[in-house]
Design a binder for this molecule. Sequence first.
Ligand code: 2M8
Length: 418
Amino acid sequence: APAAGPAGTAADGIRRAAVRVLAAGWHGAHTVPSRGLYPHQWSWDSAFIAIGNARWAPRRARLELATLFGAQWADGRVPHIVFDPAVPADAYFPGPDFWAARAPSGAATSGIVQPPVHALAARLVHAADPCPAFLRRIYPRLVAQQEFLRAARRTPDGLLVIVHPWESGMDNSPAWDGPLAAVAAEPLGAARRDLAHVAAGERPTDRDYGRYIALARAYRDTGYRRAGAFAVADPLFNALYAAAESALAEIAAECGHDPGPHRREAARATAAMVGHLYQDGLFHARDARTGRPLHSGSAAGLIPLILPGLPPEIAAELTRAALDRFGVAGGTLPSLAPGSPGFDRARYWRGPSWINLSWLLWRGLRHRAPEAADALAGGMLAAVARSGMREYFDPVTLAGHGCHDFAWTAALVLDVLA
Ligand code: 2M8
């Protein structure tokens, strides 16, 4: 734990280490998640990174979001990767040649999306360092991002679907094992680059990759209009969408627009989630193709706690699940409830603790269960004090896994310390 030495020393050391990581990842107008493993700009990473940069370099925070939204498509979608033309095309797989997509700005991008954390990030960046001109510029972009999701991804029952595991951000979550089993893996056509940076036991399997590539190819080959054989409603994605509407209500009010439509949309999206994804004390993803719930024990099911409009009795049950099934009073949030099928303390999104999930839950618990929130804050700091700014951590020992110097880990611990 970061308790050694005179008061303040441990926190100062973490702060300095975090700023070092963020400074080293800065490429002039965006930050890479990791210099080796992820050498381009990633969508939801940039939102988390902006939240942390707002604490020490707010101009960078604003520029991070402006760069990402500079690669927004005409239909409003914010691509999950914006490729850096200065990086060799084969440094990351699948790279720009595979995706074969360009934004109106000319930037090479992927064609899928990631969880929409950006309106929340813009609101927090503005709160840390008010800049009305930034808010006015980004507001219509954030609205268009949400409009794309409503137009392209909304099912008749009011939920949003993701069409690729990469869109969830929790790529190899066991929640996707069932729906992915119906997808035929295809040859990759090039070598995986991730295994040059991280041990195979801490990454998705080759079979997972064969399916990821098949799904991405199918979507690509329709011009990113019709998805392949994967469509799921994910509680993390839907919760962040609804939270974005709440953030947009506040941004709209600041900019002199009517916040009412955003408030109503946040309430409607929250109600759809409660109506269709909630069961037995936890939110669960649902397979939109079969209508079946996907009971995996994923920590995604706790993230609706960030929603201010969640009915109090459901918030109380979710808090119970966080404590009893995920053990968050111990300070860590495993990405999968221990004991769930497929639980693995080292493999990527199948058990390890991730700082972005802990940070989201910390925010959701702060006003509802302050002691549990404090435990999570302490646990995030303990993890980086023990192992550095790693990508993910063993939820029991806090040993570090994945890449080193991972940007959102650094960014979000800076926010926790602010
Ligand atoms: C991971 O995903 C990418 C694909 O998008 C990969 O494995 O190559 C995920 O952890 C995702 O959530 C994250 O945004 C990305 C960059 O940090 O890496």
